[in-house]
Design a protein around this ligand. Structure first.
Ligand SMILES: Cc1ncc(COP(=O)(O)O)c(C=O)c1O
Length: 384
């Protein structure tokens, strides 16, 4: 597996973007290719095939196009939801809330269940709600990056299937680092972005859609109210990338192709296992530091870890770690900026690099009085 690139890079332990491998960097550095030429055509075809591999999607439609994760969110809303449709968004953090807003912006009668920050969405609550009220689409966040909580996606999707409701999964902070098997899951739309666990440059969105979702879009009574975000418009381009819809960010696509080749060489299951170790290693340290996780036990993701900083000096910790150790971690969002730290641990990160970074964070937090200096951590990361 590729290592994080040269020593002069800041080690990015933010929840995306993540460091790029030397191969992925090199993939972006060549001459400008025409998007209509045969070289880019075959690279694009390969990129879509590799996307199928990372999603485990053989049965559904697969899309790759230019845009960030928010384009994945908005294209699924616009393509599936007509004005006045009743939709349900499961919320337990910032990105669930964004999904609700997108539903509102596009004219849905947008309902939501707020499971509160850090708590996982509960399938029984969803089942009861789907029995009580009729919805056309349910929106689920796989890992809400703002809290690091991972939702029980298979159980939630099963409830949607039983109720005959279309399900959409925002897997931006999960795919590539957390198990997901699109064909077996049975969700209707699942999407991710290039800059997180797939470890490519930001700027590409990857969407898988079931045949049912495609038929649902085709049979809509009102037309899809977007040009660029209309998934049905992108479908023929995926089959024949020589057809023109909009100029792709060719360098980003090439970085994504190279990054997914690396995923395939590592093996997707091995990659999930490595991320599990990265997650466990980080969670062990947070426990040793005596800080409180934002996500509830049993629902902590292997791609990102968030914890409350009792001393409320997250900004100071983040700044010192970057200045003195060349490592960047993230803080909480908005009013939680000083109260929360978030460590992204995905992509091509190795356990050795992460261990060293957590040691540096340990030192900084002791120096700044964030954690008591008496906490001794062994080289293996275990408390003595
Ligand atoms: C779960 C989740 N969904 C959506 C997004 C939005 O992605 P982007 O910032 O690439 O638009 C993010 C970004 O961090 C995310 O973590």
């Amino acid at each position: 597996m590729a290592q994080v690139s040269s020593m002069d890079d800041t080690l990015l332990l933010i929840p995306g973007p993540t460091n790029l491998s030397p191969r992925v960097r090199a993939a972006m550095a060549g001459p400008q290719l025409p998007h209509v030429g045969s070289q880019f055509y075959s690279m694009f075809k390969e990129t879509v095939a590799l996307a199928r591999y990372v999603f485990k999607n053989e049965k559904g439609a697969q899309f790759v196009f230019t845009g960030s994760g928010t384009i994945g969110m908005e294209s699924s809303v616009v393509s599936l939801v007509a004005h006045g449709d009743r939709t349900l968004t499961l919320m337990n953090g910032y990105f669930g809330h964004r999904m609700l807003m997108l539903n509102q912006v596009h004219g849905a009668q947008a309902g939501s269940i707020d499971f509160t920050e850090g708590k996982a969405a509960d399938p029984d609550t969803l089942r009861n709600e789907l029995r009580k009220n009729k919805y056309s689409v349910v929106f689920i966040t796989h890992v809400d990056t703002s809290t690091s909580a991972i939702n029980p996606v298979p159980e939630l999707v099963e409830e949607c299937q039983k109720a005959g409701v279309i399900s959409v999964v925002d897997s931006v902070c999960a795919i590539g680092g957390v198990p997901l098997d699109f064909d077996r899951l049975g969700a209707d739309v699942v999407f991710t972005a290039s800059q997180k666990a797939l470890a490519a440059a930001p700027g590409a969105v990857l969407v898988a859609a079931s045949q049912r979702a495609i038929e649902y879009m085709e049979k809509r009574k009102s037309p899809i109210e977007s040009y660029y975000l209309n998934l049905l418009r992108w479908k023929p381009i995926m089959d024949d990338p020589r057809m023109y819809l909009a100029t792709p960010a060719t360098q980003v696509i090439m970085s994504l192709r190279e990054a997914m080749l690396e995923v395939k060489e590592e093996g997707i299951e091995n990659r999930w296992a490595r991320h599990r170790k990265l997650g466990e290693m980080t969670r062990d340290r947070v426990e040793e530091w005596g800080q409180r996780f934002v996500a509830e036990e049993g629902h902590r993701a292997d791609t990102v870890t968030s914890f409350w900083v009792k001393k409320e000096n997250a900004g100071e910790v983040q700044g010192t770690l970057e200045k003195e150790h060349g490592i960047m971690i993230a803080r909480g969002l908005y009013e939680e900026r000083d109260k929360m730290l978030r460590i992204g641990h995905f992509g091509v990160l190795t356990t050795e690099t992460l261990r060293g970074a957590l040691d540096s964070l340990d030192r900084v937090m002791k120096e700044l009085g964030t954690i008591p200096s008496g906490v001794k951590v062994t080289a293996s990361g275990k408390k003595r």
